[in-house]
Ligand binder design. Structure first.
Ligand code: ZN
Length: 447
C-alpha cells in the first residue's frame, strides 16, 4: 500500500507480530488519516503475510445456517446422490457457538461474528467489544492496517451485525449509522455491497429506495445521524451504485453498493408479504467483489453473507429458507471457481448459529401440524413453530418428499457445520469453539 499523499510505501511499517498464535498489532499507518484521497490501497507485494507470500480469505456465512438447513437444501436442490457446492469442500468440522451473555446462553449474530472477527467471546448485541464494552481489534481492521484489501457482500444491511463485527466496534449492534461511519474512517473496506441505504442517508433524504409508506411496522425511512455518508464515501473515492443497472456498469475501483433500504428481501411468514428476489444476486455481488479485491497483490479478506437463511427461519418460512440456500450455494460456487484459479485462498463456509430448531422429517399426517402444515397462514399459530412442506426431493420424480419442522422462531445452540478448502483449512477439522476460526483466518492472512 502506498500513502496517497507521499507515495511512500507503508506496508513495511505495519507488519503484524505473531507469537504463540496470538496476533498483536503495531500502530496504524495513518494512510488515510484526515480523510480524502483514494479508498483503495492496491499495488505492492507481500501483504501482511510474514513470509512475503500473500494469501487471501473468502469467509462465507449463511446466517442462522445449521446442519438441517444445509441438508434440506441438498435434498431440495440436488437430491439423494447430489452434492451442494458448500458440501463439496474437502475439509469439514463443527463449531460451538455459545455467547458470553449475562442472560442468554444461545448466541446472536453480533456475538457470533465478534467471536470470528476477534477471537473473543462476548455478549449478545456486542460488535467486537468485550464483555466490558472495550473495543477489540477486528480482522477487517487488521487487514486494512496490513495493507490488504477488505470486502463485504451481504443481503442484509451492510452494517448489520455480521459484517459490522468484522469491520467495526460498537457496544450496540443497532448503531448502524455509526458503524457505517467507522467503515469510512477506520476499516475502509474496498468493496461494500448489500442493503441498508437507510443508515447512510439522513432523515428526509430517501435516496434511490423510497420508504415503504404502506408498512406502518417497518416503513424503512432514512435515518443516518452521521450526515450523508454516501457523499462522504464518494468523496473518499468510492463509486456508489444503488441499482442493478448501475451495478452492472460499475468500474473496478473501490465500490459501495446499497441495493435496498434495509435487507434485500422481506422476511415474513409464508403469504404475508414475504419476498426473496434481491435486486442483485449474492453470486453476482461475490463475483464483482472478487474482481475488485483480487487486484490487491497483498491479498484480501472478503466476508460473504446470505442473511435470509436466518431471517426467513425466524419466520419459520421453509420455502424462503430453501430459496435463500440456493442463493448462498450459488455464491459458494463462485468462490470455489475463484479458489480453483487462486489456490493461495482459504475458503470457509459456515453459519454463525442455527435458527429455528429445524428438523427434516418424513411427511406424516399423524405428526404435529401434519402434511403441508403451515403454508396456509390462516391456520391459527400455524406459521410459528409449525411445519412446512411437503417439498420434493430433487431427481426422484415426485416419489420422495420431506417436511421441515420448526421448534422455535429463535436461535438455537446446536453446533454448526464448517466446510473449507485452501491454506489453513486442515486446521478446521474437529470440534471447536467459534473463536477458533479467528485463529485460523488470521494465521492464514498474517501468520
Ligand atoms: Zn437471527
Amino acid at each position: 500500500m502506498t500513502d496517497p499523499r507521499t507515495g511512500r510505501r507503508l506496508r513495511t511499517a505495519t507488519v503484524v507480530a505473531v507469537a504463540g498464535g496470538t496476533l498483536a498489532l503495531l500502530p496504524l499507518t495513518g494512510a488515510f488519516a484526515g480523510g480524502g484521497g483514494s479508498a483503495h490501497g492496491g499495488g505492492g507485494h507481500g501483504g501482511g503475510h510474514a513470509d512475503g507470500h500473500p494469501r487471501s480469505v473468502i469467509f462465507i456465512t449463511g446466517d442462522g445456517m445449521g446442519a438441517a438447513h444445509r441438508e434440506a437444501a441438498r435434498l431440495d436442490q440436488v437430491g439423494f446422490d447430489g452434492q451442494l457446492a458448500m458440501d463439496s469442500l474437502p475439509i469439514a468440522g463443527l463449531q460451538t457457538t455459545d455467547a458470553r451473555d449475562p442472560e442468554d446462553t444461545v448466541t446472536d449474530s453480533a456475538a457470533g461474528a465478534s467471536a470470528w472477527a476477534t477471537g473473543v467471546k462476548t455478549y449478545n448485541g456486542a460488535i467486537s467489544v468485550d464483555v466490558d464494552g472495550e473495543p477489540l481489534p477486528t480482522v477487517g481492521q487488521q487487514v486494512e492496517d496490513a495493507g490488504l484489501a477488505g470486502g463485504i457482500v451481504t443481503t442484509a444491511q451492510v452494517t448489520d451485525a455480521s459484517p459490522a463485527a468484522f469491520f467495526a466496534n460498537s457496544t450496540d449492534r443497532a448503531a448502524q449509522d455509526d458503524i457505517a461511519r467507522q467503515y469510512l474512517e477506520r476499516s475502509r473496506p474496498e468493496v461494500v455491497l448489500g442493503g441498508g441505504e437507510d443508515w447512510w442517508l439522513p432523515a428526509g433524504d430517501e435516496g434511490t429506495h423510497p420508504p415503504r409508506t404502506g408498512d406502518t411496522e417497518d416503513p424503512e425511512v432514512s435515518r443516518s445521524t452521521q450526515g450523508d455518508l454516501v457523499a462522504r464515501a464518494q468523496a473518499q473515492g468510492y463509486e456508489y451504485v444503488s441499482t442493478a443497472e448501475e451495478f452492472a456498469a460499475a468500474g473496478s475501483g473501490p465500490l459501495l453498493g446499497l441495493f435496498a433500504n434495509e435487507e434485500m428481501f422481506q422476511q415474513r411468514p409464508e403469504g404475508q408479504g414475504d419476498e426473496f428476489d434481491p435486486a442483485v444476486s449474492l453470486a453476482d455481488m461475490t463475483t464483482k467483489a472478487l474482481d475488485v479485491l483480487s487486484q490487491d497483490e497483498d491479498g484480501f479478506f472478503l466476508l460473504v453473507e446470505e442473511e435470509a437463511v436466518d431471517e426467513m427461519a425466524h419466520n419459520d418460512n421453509g420455502t424462503r429458507v430453501l430459496e435463500a440456500m440456493r442463493s448462498l450455494d450459488a455464491a459458494v460456487a463462485v468462490a470455489r471457481a475463484y479458489v480453483a484459479e487462486h489456490p493461495d485462498t482459504l475458503l470457509v463456509v459456515t453459519g454463525d448459529h442455527e435458527t429455528g430448531g429445524l428438523a427434516i422429517e418424513d411427511v406424516d399426517p399423524e405428526d404435529e401440524s401434519g402434511p403441508g402444515g403451515t403454508l396456509d397462514p390462516s391456520i391459527a399459530g400455524g406459521t410459528e413453530s409449525g411445519e412446512d412442506g411437503p417439498f420434493a426431493v430433487a431427481g426422484t420424480g415426485g416419489a420422495h418428499d420431506f417436511a421441515l419442522d420448526w421448534t422455535t422462531t429463535a436461535h438455537t445452540g446446536v453446533p454448526t457445520v464448517v466446510t473449507a478448502e485452501g491454506p489453513g483449512s486442515e486446521d478446521l477439522t474437529g470440534y471447536y469453539p467459534n473463536t477458533h476460526l479467528y485463529d485460523v483466518v488470521t494465521s492464514v492472512l498474517f501468520g
